[in-house]
Write a protein that binds this ligand. Structure first.
Ligand SMILES: Cc1cc2nc3c(=O)[nH]c(=O)nc-3n(C[C@H](O)[C@H](O)[C@H](O)COP(=O)(O)OP(=O)(O)OC[C@H]3O[C@@H](n4cnc5c(N)ncnc54)[C@H](O)[C@@H]3O)c2cc1C
Length: 371
């Protein structure tokens, strides 16, 4: 924006300017967890975002510290889990809403060899606290599991849509939430503050998920080429109603089957790299149904389909921290396939950098791809 235009805008809002510590753009799990981190540390903020359009609203809500394809632990699983569970429990208390619950994850084993691999994995350091060594029989006649089930005992389920709804409602009541599209051309960095419409802050944190590619301050443009740093990874879920199924843990076979209550289950999700379009796909629906039919045998009805775009980075690590050439701008992005588990600790790392100049781990530093 030309300097004079910026001056005119600042003048327009001068009389009702509000000072806060932080502006947060985007309210998926990244923006939400950063807002909660600020609340817990008595910092003032305002969030500017649309709602219900992102990856968080579409996600399955599973907090799973393991990779059930290969029976390994996820990257820094223990660290992320240790921060996430008490963080979300505190949030549930604050919101007085049952947004997190403990839930076992049952992996359908496909062969005797997989049974052995499971037993070996459950003994390993780093997995022992997550995997139960026992291999159990499913007595649910609807579940096809002739080679039995391995149990992840440290699984949790979040209710992402309920969490977004109750947290944003609370923020709106406190006049800390502006439900709108962020207008990048109205952002003005002057002196030692960031000015946007009627707000003035010491820092802006962008947490826009895969839509960050539309942000002119994002340092890695060229979103739709092979050189792109952020790779949109679309996922679809089909929602079924299956009154006879009566499964009350998360079931992992060819797809994940996630109980939602009232005989509804979310089935998915698919992976479609280099796709930034969140429209549900008929092709993916068929893929999900084919895999679901290998997992269950009872009748069901497809009642809905949702999709979202995971903000995945090309080296599969988050993208967090202050821009080295602009100390007023920070990013909290790249949460990828396990954003719900990672968001609380990533928010804490970013907060420590912004408040105490503690560097974020190099593996997630937003500047790592800059020459
Ligand atoms: C189908 C699917 C299933 C998943 N399942 C799981 C799971 O079970 N467990 C897990 O841990 N992770 C899961 N994930 C990954 C997880 O959902 C993501 O890592 C995480 O939600 C990303 O959060 P985010 O806040 O970065 O982005 P988002 O959730 O996309 O939030 C960003 C928000 O900012 C808004 N925004 C962006 N730009 C602007 C702007 N200019 N103005 C206003 N608003 C703006 C967007 O519209 C959006 O509402 C899943 C993802 C998908 C797609």
């Amino acid at each position: 924006m030309p300097k004079y235009e910026g001056y005119k805008l600042a003048k327009k809002y001068l009389y009702f300017m509000k000072n806060v510590d932080y502006l947060i753009v985007g309210f998926g799990i990244a923006g939400l967890c950063f807002a909660e981190t600020l609340r817990q540390n008595n910092k003032s903020f305002v969030v500017i975002s649309d709602l219900h359009n992102g990856a968080t609203a579409a996600s399955g809500g599973v907090l799973n510290p393991t990779v059930l394809k290969r029976f390994t632990a996820a990257w820094k699983a223990e660290e992320f889990q240790k921060e996430a569970i008490p963080f979300y429990k505190e949030m549930a208390r604050y919101l007085q809403s049952n947004v997190i619950s403990e839930m076992k994850i049952a992996r359908i084993l496909n062969s005797v060899e997989e049974q052995n691999d499971w037993s070996v994995a459950s003994e390993k350091i780093g997995l022992r606290s997550f995997l139960s060594p026992d291999i159990i029989t499913s007595y649910n006649t609807c579940v096809k599991a002739p080679f039995k089930l391995g149990i992840v005992k440290a699984g949790y389920q979040l209710k992402p849509a309920a969490l977004l709804f109750s947290y944003s409602k609370k923020l709106k009541e406190e006049e800390k939430f502006d439900e709108s599209q962020f207008e990048y051309d109205q952002l003005n960095i002057k002196g030692s503050s960031v000015v946007y419409k009627q707000w003035s802050a010491k820092q802006i944190v962008f947490a826009e998920g895969s839509k960050v590619v539309e942000n002119p301050f994002y340092p890695y443009q060229a979103p739709f080429t092979n050189k792109s740093v952020l790779v949109g990874n679309k996922g679809d879920y089909v929602i079924i109603k299956a009154p006879e199924l009566k499964v009350n843990s998360i079931l992992k076979g060819g797809m994940m089957l996630i109980p939602m209550g009232d005989d509804l289950y979310k089935i998915g999700a698919t992976y479609d790299r280099h796709n930034y379009d969140a429209t549900p796909s008929l092709e993916k629906r068929e893929e999900i149904i084919l895999k679901l039919n290998t997992m269950i045998s009872c009748a069901y009805e497809v009642v809905d389909q949702v999709a979202g775009v995971r903000p995945t980075i090309k080296d599969r690590r988050p993208l967090v921290g202050v821009l080295k050439d602009n100390p007023y701008i920070a990013f909290l992005n790249g949460l990828g396939t396990r954003g719900l588990s990672m968001a609380p600790l990533l928010s804490s790392w970013l907060f420590q950098q912004l408040e105490n100049s503690t560097a974020v781990p190099g593996a997630i530093d937003v500047n790592r791809f800059l020459k």
